[in-house]
Ligand binder design. Sequence first.
Ligand SMILES: *Cc1c(COP(=O)(O)O)cnc(C)c1O
Length: 388
Amino acid sequence: MPKKMYIKSMLNIKRNILLNPGPATTTDTVKMAQVVPDICPRETEFGNILAQMQDDLVKIVHGDTKEYTAVLFCGSGTINMDICLNSLLPDGKKILIVNNGAYSARAAEICEYYNLPHINMKIPVDEIPKMEAIEDILQKNPDIHLVYTTHNETGTGLLNPIREIGALAHKYNCVFTVDTTSTYAMLPIDMEKDNIDFCMASAQKGLMSMTGLSFVIGKIKFIEESEHYPKRSYYCNLYLQYKYFLQTGQMHFTPPVQTVYATKQAIEEYFKEGEDEKFSRHKMVNETICNGLKKLGFKEFIKKELQSGLVASAIYPDDKNWDFDKIHDYCYERGFTIYPGKIFDTNTFRLCSLGAIDVSDIEAFFKVFEKALEHCKVAVPVKYAEGI
Ligand SMILES: *Cc1c(COP(=O)(O)O)cnc(C)c1O
């Protein structure tokens, strides 16, 4: 990331390094972009910003804006999951959830809450699905309409082979929906090449903007086909929000106005940094994290070749002095936020590489982290019981 992005604002805001999986560390210019004259979001001026944003959001995933659109919502990332699942299922059809992590498990839970017929294909959280197994389910269940999975399972950092899963979904005439919340604007994604019909993200993750704005990017043809699907939610319906914007140039309900301004700035900074440059910055930050963990003796939960390169999941050491909360607090007081893992039966913590951070920030982090370990009297290199 070009150094000039850290333009010091007049407010001189403290710069915290967030290694949690979002919200991300933002630039000062994005923070400052929120401070704008008060405006009613029903003004054309505001609608024009949203219209431009829809196009830009599609371009980030290399979609043709004649074929794909972005539908904006006010809410955190989970709203997208809810919307895609409840809006895109015709009567008498089923959803297949390819589930190897906490976020796909959440998607299955959403299906349960709405009573949506679904198959929850559970795979161990440290493994990617076998294509033959997916194909077998698709073959035996011709009533599956929607195939859903998560790109980067943020709870562990496992990356799913979405292009292959998407190809299978299409082979069986299914709509393919991917939760790309923790890869969008970080890993290069291409709607066509990756066989994606719908993907989603939130402004506060890869785009490095503020919280409160989420968006579903999808094939216009499929959104229009969903017009007559059962309406299962009033607030969270994809077609209704799409249609309202098309007719009025406004979001149906009050948008997060200031976050929209921050996101406009964040998108400008995204294009300025460049897709490849940003991807390699995240990769380098992740490599620095993995090397730092390895030097201290930490073991990672996910095999290297299955990692997204955006999340490092380290297993708690077997040391009676290890206390995640204490280590967290020590780092937090010094401007670095670390985050617990999200795995049912293994204790892990996570260091994520989204956000406006650089290799030098990670080097600074490890100096503090080492002191935290020393402070808590955790033996370094850290120890594990045999068999891990
Ligand atoms: C962050 C995230 C979400 C959304 O979580 P919220 O807390 O609702 O913002 C959804 N899916 C994935 C994969 C994520 O990383």
